[in-house]
Design a protein around this ligand. Structure first.
Ligand code: MTE
Length: 317
């Protein structure tokens, strides 16, 4: 699998400045991150008002394919707190207040408590990582996310021996999130990973895309990216991290357990009960673009298959 890329195009060279891009939103988000102390290389430089992270550290594990356009990534979204239509989050997520922001850490860890966004990001150097990102409805994108390994953060909370899983919760504020009025899912949105999955270096705590602060519709100010799993594991706008001994509840598994399991690894060999998962459509390549074969673990089998050795992936979907 030749997926590594050695030469990278600068985000500034490929970012198309879409008319959609709401500059006021970016300025507001940038202010949130602009409060950060100058501790890391990437964050140390003063945040310019357009929310650009500047020169990011390059991470060698990125996919080779060219990224999707900024417009694709920021106008075709799933964020049910802002509506179930793909265009709803881009239209409605301007009501999300991302500053100030804090994250509560609870459960099986020594250093539980409430951490500000600044606390969380402070010691970390940001990298940009170009990941293949696949959603369960069989569409995929190539996205240059900005963030750092989630494991680096989790270690700081000193998880206890009982911490076998990590659960994440999204903000649950109907005054900011109009979609919460509708019981399409059990709110708040929540997701979970095994500790090994959470500590894997591919798992990215994400704060930006295309070198810029995350737009609200993509889960500002803090979201997960778990690139070998279906997109719904990549929870947005995280306000709580909970270490637990037992397998945690996850939103899509709660809503339709026969369709969405806890693991939710991309697996072309296991059909979704209502459709095949063997192929996918690359978004942005045109409506009638040919479907391409879906790869096991979304193409990251070399890196992550070991996490599931001995597990029956047909039963543990
Ligand atoms: N997180 C929250 N809080 N609410 C959501 O509805 N949707 C998930 C995931 N994270 C979702 C969420 C799903 S189904 C997908 S495919 C991805 O976000 C979409 O991420 P994107 O909009 O940045 O492409």
């Amino acid at each position: 699998m030749a997926r590594r890329r050695t030469e990278r195009i600068k985000p500034s060279e490929i970012t198309s400045e879409s008319a959609f891009f709401n500059r006021r939103e970016v300025v507001r988000s940038a202010v949130a991150l602009g409060l950060l102390p100058a501790a890391s290389k990437a964050l140390g430089a003063a945040m310019p008002p357009d929310g650009d992270f500047g020169e990011l550290a390059k991470w060698p594990g990125s996919v080779e394919e060219e990224p999707n356009a900024f417009e694709d990534i920021t106008t075709y979204n799933n964020f049910y707190e802002f509506g179930t239509g793909k265009g709803d989050p881009a239209r409605n997520a301007h009501t999300l207040e991302t500053s100030p922001w804090s994250v509560e850490v609870t459960g099986e860890a020594e250093k539980t408590g409430t951490y500000t966004l600044e606390d969380i990001l402070k010691p970390h150097t940001l990298e940009d990582r170009v990941y293949r990102f696949r959603c369960v409805e069989a569409w995929s994108m190539i996205v240059p996310w900005v963030g750092f390994p989630l494991g680096d953060l989790l270690k700081r909370f000193a998880p206890l021996a009982g911490a076998r899983y990590v659960q994440f919760f999204t903000l649950n504020d109907p005054s900011q999130m109009p979609g919460l009025r509708y019981p399409v899912l059990e709110w708040p949105y929540r997701e979970g990973l095994t500790m090994a999955e959470a500590m894997h270096p591919l798992t990215l705590l994400t704060v930006g895309v295309y070198g810029k602060v995350l737009p609200n519709q993509n889960g500002a100010p803090l979201r997960l990216i778990v690139p070998w799993k279906y997109g719904f594991k990549s929870i947005k706008s995280i306000v709580r991290i909970h270490f637990t001994e037992t397998q945690p509840k996850c939103s899509w598994n709660m809503a339709a357990p026969q369709e969405y399991g806890f693991y939710s690894n991309v697996n072309p060999n296991v059909d979704h009960p209502r459709w095949s998962q063997a192929t996918e459509r690359r978004l942005g390549a045109g409506l009638f673009s040919p479907r391409v074969p879906t790869l096991m673990f979304n193409g990251y089998a070399d890196e992550v298959a070991d996490l599931y050795r001995g597990l029956d992936l047909v039963k543990n979907y």
